[in-house]
Design a protein around this ligand. Structure first.
Ligand code: NAD
Ligand code: IPM
Ligand code: MN
Length: 368
């Protein structure tokens, strides 16, 4: 059988630095576990703009539609701040999400025991934390029309539109309920039905999908602002959080920090299953291109490596190998391996991006 195909789009800033460690891990699974992938590399974001004048070339888009999974590093950076909005690096990522129809964005926030002291919250609040945020990714205010900056009388007005159809809400709700059944069996849906009509519809549809097809899952609803507060007050009350595109963006950064660092949080963006049963899929860390630390060997590669673990689990049906990789990361953290972002108040000497790759590979070797 042909090897599964992976398209790697390392992107900008620390994207190529963290992805460099992921490719070593991919090679390890090929050499040591007989899990060989056909890997292709291409450009996205500012890197694609520099070469092609667009943040995502049509040929790259076409390949993304064909491969079994896409791995993305990060896009953006100050060099591109003044570009026209239509060619900004972020547009390349948004086009991938939209055209691949990756409506369900899984953003887990898990606290590794070794980092429990490092969270900005008290240890007992986050020890053992295991939340999954399911963020709608292809609609809402990120994509709704009308949008733009328009002249209105003697001033300008900036417009974005929050828009959700019943089917868009229904399909992401289903993915959250399906996931909950394989975890703690609880979904908390977050919107602002108190002030937004799209929130009223969201709540209605989520409740209906639940009552018709997932009555066994415990469902609650919460206003998103209260949800943000609850996330930092008592995060362990949550299992799966289901929310829209913009609230999900913000709540997942917040959840990331509970676990110690943005450099720890992976994500999977999944679409509808193809003919072979595999969903269209893109895997990426939640963090961005981190211009403040680019090129210094300081970036934590764990979020990107954990994103590959999610690919093993969700695209390639290799849950055991995904767990092997996650355990290897748990082990190196328990042994005290820390990149600069994980140093905490007690200080110490951080290791570099590639040294973190080294110790994870050693832990993988030790797992055999
Ligand atoms: P950011 O996530 O790039 O950085 C926020 C902070 O977290 C910085 O201090 C950074 O050094 C730190 N950080 C992030 N990832 C880290 C890692 N792996 N290891 C250690 N520290 C890490 O967010 P930002 O500064 O708001 O955005 C910078 C650029 O990235 C912008 O152009 C933004 O649009 C883009 N961005 C891209 C993505 C993506 O590609 N998915 C996501 C978020 C932001
Ligand atoms: C993320 C990022 C993106 C978003 C940007 C870079 C388009 O913040 O993946 O969380 O807003 O979705
Ligand atoms: Mn974000």
């Amino acid at each position: 059988m042909a090897n599964p195909t992976l398209l790697i789009l390392a992107g900008d800033g620390i994207g190529p630095e963290v992805m460099g460690q992921v490719t070593r891990i991919i090679d390890w699974f090929g050499d040591k576990r007989g899990l060989a992938f056909d890997v292709e590399h291409d450009l996205v974001g500012g890197a694609a703009y520099d070469k092609h004048g667009t943040p995502l070339h049509d040929d790259t888009m076409a390949r993304a539609m064909e491969v079994d999974a896409v791995l993305l590093g990060a896009v953006g950076g100050p060099k591109y701040d003044d570009l026209d909005f239509s060619v900004k690096p972020e547009r390349g990522l948004l086009r991938l999400r939209k055209e691949m129809d990756l409506f369900s964005n899984l953003r887990p926030a898990q606290c590794f025991d070794a980092l429990a002291d490092f969270s900005s919250l008290k240890k007992h609040l986050i020890a053992g934390l295991d939340i999954m945020i399911v963020r709608e990714l292809t609609s809402g205010v990120y994509f709704g029309e009308p949008r733009g900056i328009f002249e209105e009388g003697n001033e300008r007005v900036g417009i974005n539109t929050q828009r959700y159809t019943e089917s868009e809400i229904g399909r992401v709700a289903r993915s959250a309920f399906e996931l909950a059944r394989r975890r703690g069996n609880k979904v908390c849906s977050m919107e602002k039905a108190n002030v937004m009509e799209s929130g009223i519809l969201w709540r209605e549809v989520v409740q209906k999908v639940h009552d018709e097809d997932y009555p066994d899952v415990e469902l609650s609803h919460m206003y998103a602002d209260n949800g943000a507060m609850q996330l930092v007050r008592a995060p362990k009350q949550f299992d799966v959080i289901l929310t829209d595109n913009l609230f999900g963006d913000i709540l997942s950064d917040c959840a990331a920090m509970l676990t110690g660092s943005l450099g720890m949080l992976p994500s999977a963006s999944l679409g509808a299953p193809n003919a072979d049963g595999r969903p269209k899929a893109l895997y990426e860390p939640v963090h961005g291109s981190a211009p403040d630390i680019t090129g210094q060997g300081k970036a934590n590669p764990i979020a990107c490596i954990l994103s590959f673990a999610m690919a093993l689990r969700y695209s390639f049906d290799q849950g055991d190998e995904a767990t092997r990789l996650e355990k290897a990361i748990e082990k190196v953290l328990a042994d005290g391996a820390r990149t600069a972002d994980l140093m905490g108040e007690e200080g110490g000497t951080p290791i570099s991006t590639s040294q973190m790759g080294d110790v994870i590979l050693a832990a993988l070797d030790a797992s055999l």
